[in-house]
Design a protein around this ligand. Structure first.
Ligand code: NAP
Length: 334
């Protein structure tokens, strides 16, 4: 069998049509016929080799929705034709301390869907069935793939850290950020969106934000001091973090989920005196993904997305690179 997709042949290049023969379907693997795949900013980091872990050629894409087309002999709970979703994580060792605690996304031996493997900008994928999730019927398949990476990445820190009376700030209202606003609002929190794009205000308020702060305006930023219990940064850039640490209430937390290269500078005394914390988080474990999908179905949360045919993948990448995606682009196999 041959899988057809679009691959980066070298760092930073446009994707080109590419075919490969997949490995034989293992007893715990599933094969998924891909209908949709979201475009996450991490795909761009991988195309550009920003994290120094890309191997070329490779097919990006890790926000997959499709139908099971084959399953290994030991796979349980998945049937041919069933609609499923696949996210960032492809597998974990299942035997380490973290996996035994159900924290597979902390497993030191985890593998990613499109690092060292070909991802979802293709017609099919073969992957570990234990990381293939049945998609609830109530979720629209055309805009649910992004829940599997963008969605779970902001859901996890909210699920772990907030109470419904808390005040939550989201920095950067792109793919991850717009899920952050929707989830935090559905958790019952008061939500402040910190954005460099004032033109997003109306849409972001409609998504559930209580307050919209144009983060380039120092006076507005000063007014947010001592207002937030949790701030999640989804931006893929190093910022001046001091105003955000100041925006935290005592015992508040700044959680990084956006990928920033190198080091960040933090105001030491603000952290110490305010008993404030800084942490990071990636995706979520399998049980939290299943929970997030159920929560999203119940609260009607999907990506605000634009659907484009898979063959226009380079146009989609350019649109995301230039900051013009609203708020996720989903590629569709026609
Ligand atoms: P995205 O759609 O491009 O959104 C990023 C948003 O950040 C932009 O819409 C913009 O929002 C803001 N932003 C961008 N550049 C900025 C700058 N220089 N200064 C201030 N704000 C800026 O990207 P995404 O797909 O949401 O991904 C965001 C980051 O999360 C990426 O680095 C990605 O790799 C990472 N990520 C991490 C995980 C994880 O597990 N931790 C999972 C998925 C993705 P405004 O216009 O509102 O300012």
């Amino acid at each position: 069998m041959i899988i057809k997709g679009y691959a980066a042949m070298n760092a930073g290049e446009e994707l080109s049509p590419f075919e490969y023969e997949p490995v034989e379907l293992g007893p715990l693997d599933a094969e998924v016929e891909i209908e949709y795949c979201g475009l996450c900013h991490t795909d761009i980091h991988l195309i550009d080799n920003d994290m120094d872990n890309s191997e070329y050629p490779f097919i990006p894409g890790h926000e997959i929705v499709g139908k099971v087309s084959a399953a290994g002999e030991l796979v349980e709970g998945l049937k041919p034709g069933q609609r499923v979703a696949v996210g960032w994580q492809r597998s974990s060792c299942m035997v380490c301390e973290w996996c035994l605690r159900g924290r597979e996304n902390s497993c030191p031996d985890q593998e990613a869907t499109c690092v060292g493997h070909h991802g979802g900008f293709a017609d099919k994928i073969r992957t570990d069935a234990r990381f293939v999730f049945p998609l609830p019927d109530r979720l629209d398949p055309a805009c649910s793939g992004p829940l599997l990476c963008g969605g779970i990445t902001v859901f996890t820190p909210l699920r772990e850290r907030v109470r419904s009376i808390d005040r939550v700030g989201i920095i950067g209202i792109g793919g991850l950020g717009h899920f952050g606003v929707q989830f935090a609002s559905s958790f019952g929190c008061e939500v402040t969106a910190f954005s460099t794009s004032p033109e997003k205000q109306e849409e972001v308020m409609r998504m559930g934000a209580t307050t919209f702060v144009h983060s380039a305006d120092d006076d507005l930023m000063e007014k947010t001091e001592n207002t937030q219990d949790l701030i999640i940064s989804t931006v893929n850039a190093d910022l001046d973090w001091e105003p955000y640490i100041k925006a935290l209430r005592p015992e508040g937390t700044l959680c990084f989920v956006g990928v920033v290269h190198g080091r960040v500078e933090l105001p030491y005394f603000e952290l110490l005196a305010g008993h404030k914390s800084v942490t990071g988080s990636t995706i979520g474990d399998r049980s939290t993904i299943a929970e997030m999908l159920e929560f999203a179905a119940r609260h009607e949360i999907t990506a605000e997305s634009e659907t484009m045919p898979m063959e226009r993948v380079n146009e989609a990448i350019e649109k995301l690179r230039s900051g013009n995606a609203r708020y996720r682009i989903v590629l569709k196999n026609e």
